[in-house]
Design a protein around this ligand. Structure first.
Ligand code: FAD
Length: 473
């Protein structure tokens, strides 16, 4: 091993999966000096090959849509689903098709796109735990096959994915789940659509990949797998044989040994600080049932890039940037937990064994009366006021490529503080309101700022959300 090579950079990204490459590319485009380190030689295999159509919006935000669309991955807007007694087995999504990708190639394309805009990439090279050196400076030890490097950096991005020891303490927020999966050749399936099926104490997912193999995965309780012992492949093939949508696999040949990995959902409680950020699965993972892991990882890279850019260029807005990123991460966890639980609760082909019950927790419904839509009518002479539960307070929001604090509406019935409706700044409208004014008087004031149809729409929205309420007698 030769001498230690020093490298200085403003931002050091550890990990070249979809999250790492995306944040590195964005930060380079925003004018930062970025170095990325990836331990594997690409293309390397990776689970997570089914990407829903909703990811296209994220590709657009990151400027990689045409690159991915030109790559020739499989596309389908249909899935075969056997989950509930009301399913008719085929589910089609109107609009654009999703993708089934070879993750080796997909991740390589994203990393190349980062290189093209000036990101310096060390690969294959492995990072050991970085050390803080005084304020806002990290020393990152890196080892490649023939060299040691020490990278001195102002900002550290942890994009090391699920299994990295660098990624700090994590909290699980789902039942402990394992995935067993294998790649099959020469199966007798027709069509490229993905397949999802409920089992008695497990669920199955499968899809063709661009190289013609079929990935079939089964998701089950960690504890159950610990108890079976014995032959993993036999166990896997036996449960596939009992399914309706997957037995055709068994007509083909298993190309790889059956692989096993953790598929539980978790998050880190510390996703961002003054000089570091965690993106992608280094920060949180979601239930694979949604097939949105890559989308969520790339979206966290997008919001993360804005938070980092703000911290590096507008130090006065650092608190806002940190709060903004933390809030988006929390919303992702809460939203995913709720959606996954609803989906597990819809399974009604098999009895609700502990496998299904432990995943179908009904989310607690808080303040039900606050959350119901207000459908009572008002007329132009109704005297109104701002709900006592509504407050106008500063909240961090994205403004271009930065995060700033602006006045936003906080209300227990809203998922998050709202600063704009369309392009309308709502604080300035609500500040016009004097308790006891009639609806007509308020509309006259607002119509000096906005057209009447817009004023009317805004009024209806504030009313339905219980933000404007009848004046208390
Ligand atoms: C069973 C299963 C099925 C899934 N199915 C889907 C699906 O169908 N669709 C979907 O969208 N998502 C799916 N996911 C989730 C998806 O795989 C992840 O969300 C996605 O890969 C996260 O991307 P990432 O960039 O955060 O991490 P990764 O893609 O894991 O990238 C992390 C990178 O960091 C590198 N690295 C780690 N440590 C170091 C180090 N010390 N030094 C240098 N480099 C390092 C690794 O080599 C790796 O390349 C699934 C997950 C599981 C477990």
């Amino acid at each position: 091993m030769t001498a230690n090579f020093p490298i200085e950079t403003e931002v050091c990204v550890v990990g070249g999966g979809p999250a790492g490459s995306s944040i590195a590319r964005r930060l380079a485009l925003l004018g930062h000096n970025v170095c990325l380190i990836e331990q594997a030689t690409f293309p390397r295999p990776h689970i997570g090959e089914s990407l829903p159509p909703s990811i296209i919006q994220v590709f657009e935000l990151l400027g990689v849509r045409s690159l991915i669309e030109a790559a020739g991955f499989l596309r389908s807007n249909r899935a075969r689903v056997r989950w509930s007694s009301t399913d008719n087995s085929w589910q089609s999504h109107p609009g654009e098709s999703g993708f089934q990708v070879d993750r080796g190639r997909f991740d390589q394309l994203l990393l190349e796109a980062a290189k093209e805009v000036g990101v310096r990439v060390l690969q294959p090279a492995r990072v050991s735990p970085p050390q803080r050196q005084g304020q806002y400076q990290w020393l990152v030890p890196v080892r490649s096959s023939d060299r040691h490097y020490t990278i001195k950096t102002r900002f550290l991005v942890d994009a090391t994915g699920k299994h990295s020891p660098l990624s700090g303490k994590k909290q699980r927020y789902s039942a402990a789940t394992l995935a067993l999966y294998g790649y099959w050749k020469n199966t007798s399936f027709h069509g490229v659509e993905s397949r999802v099926e409920a089992g008695a104490n497990e669920w199955f997912w499968g899809a063709y990949l661009p190289n013609g193999t079929f990935n079939a995965a089964v998701f089950l309780d960690k504890q159950r797998y610990a108890q079976i012992g014995g032959d993993r492949q036999k166990f896997y093939e036996d449960i596939l044989a009992k399914t309706t949508l997957f037995p055709d696999c068994l007509q083909g040949k298993l190309e790889t040994p059956v692989q096993i990995c953790d598929a539980s959902s978790y998050f880190t409680t510390n996703p961002i600080g003054l000089d570091f950020i965690r993106v992608g699965e280094a920060a949180l993972s979601i239930d694979p049932l949604s097939s949105q892991g890559v989308q969520v990882a790339m979206m966290s890279a997008f919001t993360g890039s804005i938070a980092v850019h703000t911290i590096l260029t507008q130090p006065d807005s650092t608190d806002a940037a940190i709060a903004f990123y933390r809030d988006r991460q929390r919303e992702t966890v809460v939203g995913n937990q709720k959606t996954a639980a609803q989906f597990y609760a819809e399974q009604d082909i098999y009895p609700a064994t502990s496998f299904w019950q432990s995943r179908a927790h009904k989310p607690p419904i808080q303040n039900l009366t606050e959350w119901q839509l207000n459908t009572s009518l008002f007329n132009l002479n109704t005297r109104i006021q701002l709900s006592p539960a509504a407050k106008l307070m500063l909240a961090p929001v994205i403004q271009g490529n930065l995060i700033e604090k602006v006045k936003a509406l906080h209300h227990p019935g809203l998922d998050r503080p709202v600063a704009y409706l369309g392009n309308v700044v709502i604080a300035s409208l609500l500040e016009e309101l004097v308790a006891g004014q009639t609806v007509l008087e308020l509309m006259q004031k607002w119509s000096k700022q906005q057209t009447l149809p817009i004023c009317w729409q805004l009024l209806q929205w504030f009313w339905s959300q219980h933000i404007l309420v009848p004046l208390c007698p």
